[in-house]
Ligand binder design. Structure first.
Ligand code: SF4
Ligand code: SF4
Length: 478
């Protein structure tokens, strides 16, 4: 892997400036002819890599287990965009709950911004599904089939022979099988695992459209993990593009301590030249980088904060008996002024905004109603006088039951004497569905003083008031 590295001006002032900026003239993934430079990152090892592996295992276990977890026979999570039905933590959300979704989306976006401003792009390297699947599933399989970076390079340069064909065929088959499995599980988050299993049982012929869609998604996943790889983060992901405006000198990022590391030089020279910094220019940090950059050039858009270079450099520092952390998670400001401060008022302020927003979201979710009711006076109808002298108006009630059980309800007039007569059967709102019913409100003329009287109709489930709707009652007037 060819890299261009910047050289620093004297760091005695602790204000190092990269003098050679030629690394900005090219990107590691494009060669001099403008073609794709396929990267062969060395297999990382170290404490952080082990921690990432452990977190990824939990992550993958959750991803592949969640579709099987049910609450009242419904999935714990469902994102059925086709039918507009969403289930989060076992709670069904309907299009009527769009407001909660909008606040949730807003909270999520603020969370991303706040988190990035304070903690940098750590989400990319540790939580993003693209990185988890790429680095912790497909890359590990690749190391297992093709070997480490040097063996992969040799295999690529090798002419096509039985050995290479066998290796490539095995990799393609294993990658495609996993891509197909992932596509199936993503589908189960949309239509539910029961439907996916049923389709598998019914066979391809019974569901040609779904199967073709699955093959399409599996092929895209395969293409991304087999060939496109880091380009998804560098070229496609909008989050990566936002780094330039989200990060500042106080943001915690994977950073090279140039104050300590510069001037860099080979190990032998370092033993006789005491003015040399701790970086021995071994390029171990560059060799493990999955995006092919040299973090010693400073924070770059390509850095996904995977921390592989921290492990690589710590390993070198251990071998040459120097303190760990020449590359570490720190802010530019801390490195420049040799400070260790990881907390500041900005962190507190941003975190408070986030806590408030998440609190508001939690309130909306907890106070969400099981039944939504809308009462409307039937348009075009005027009042009628009943045989007993009372005035009646015709209304219609629209109800949405968001729960998994049928809900019998009754209607009551509030603040005014009168009677409600439902036309047809008693009001029972079937589970997970909408229901509409007409009804009459009858009020004695003596209670009506104006032509239009505001009335309130309460919706009860047993003794519990679910909702109150306000509407108008037409009468002869005073
Ligand atoms: S520079 Fe380091 S943290 Fe950033 S992507 Fe490369 S190896 Fe990962
Ligand atoms: S691994 Fe550490 S010592 Fe080696 S080049 Fe990178 S920063 Fe310098």
């Amino acid at each position: 892997m060819e890299t261009k590295t910047g050289t620093y001006q004297s760091v005695t002032t602790k204000k190092a400036v990269i003098m050679d900026q030629s690394f900005r003239d090219s990107v590691a993934t494009i060669n001099a002819e403008g073609k794709r430079n396929f990267l062969f990152p060395k297999k990382p090892k170290g404490k952080l890599y082990n921690l990432r592996t452990a977190i990824s295992l939990v992550y993958l276990a959750v991803f592949f287990t969640l579709p099987f977890i049910k609450v009242d026979d419904e999935p714990l999570f469902l994102f059925n965009v086709l039918e507009g039905k969403f289930i989060l933590f076992g709670q069904i959300f309907w299009p009527q709950d769009f407001f909660i979704f909008a606040v949730g989306l807003l909270a999520f976006m603020v969370f991303i911004v706040v988190f990035t401003v304070v903690f940098g792009r750590v989400f990319c390297g540790w939580v993003c599904p693209q990185t988890i699947f790429m680095e912790m599933v497909f890359r590990k399989i690749e190391y297992w089939i093709d070997g480490d970076a040097q063996q992969q390079k040799r295999l690529k340069a090798m002419p096509w022979n039985a050995f290479k064909i066998r290796k490539r065929a095995t990799k393609i088959a294993v990658f495609y099988a996993i891509a197909f499995l992932i596509a199936n599980f993503f589908l189960s988050y949309v239509i539910g695992i029961d439907n996916v299993l049923k389709m598998v049982k019914d066979g391809i012929g019974a569901h040609p459209v779904t199967f073709s869609t699955l093959i399409g998604f599996a092929t895209v996943f395969f293409f991304v993990y087999y060939w496109f790889r880091e380009q998804a983060c560098l070229v496609v992901c909008p989050y990566g593009r936002l780094q330039g405006v989200l990060l500042d000198k106080k943001s915690m990022v994977v950073a090279y301590d140039y104050v300590r590391g510069e001037p860099r030089g080979k190990l032998k020279k370092a033993q006789i030249d005491l003015s040399q910094g701790d970086c021995i220019d071994c390029l171990a940090c560059v060799r493990v980088c999955p995006t092919g950059i040299d973090i010693r050039n400073g924070t770059q858009l390509e850095c996904v904060n995977c921390t592989a270079c921290i492990d690589a450099c710590d390993d070198i520092m251990t071998k040459i008996n120097k303190p760990l952390g020449l590359i570490r998670i720190d802010s530019e400001e801390n490195i420049q002024h040799a400070k260790k401060n990881r907390f500041n008022w900005r962190v507190a302020a941003y975190s408070s905004v986030l806590v408030l927003l998440v609190g508001f979201l939690a309130f909306l979710v907890i106070s969400r109603k099981d039944v939504d009711a809308t009462v409307l006076r039937t348009p075009g109808q005027i009042f009628q006088t009943q045989p007993d002298g009372r005035i009646s108006n015709l209304y219609s009630i629209k109800l949405a039951n968001k729960t998994r059980k049928d809900i019998p309800i009754r209607l009551e007039l509030e603040d005014i004497d009168g009677e409600i007569t439902v036309i047809g059967n008693a009001l029972v709102v079937p589970k997970e569905s909408h229901f509409q019913s007409p009804f009459f409100v009858k009020i004695h003329p003596a209670k009506i003083e104006r032509r239009k009287t505001k009335i309130r109709i309460a919706v009860y489930q047993g003794k519990r008031r679910l909702e109150t709707s306000e509407t108008t009652f037409l009468g002869p007037g005073g």
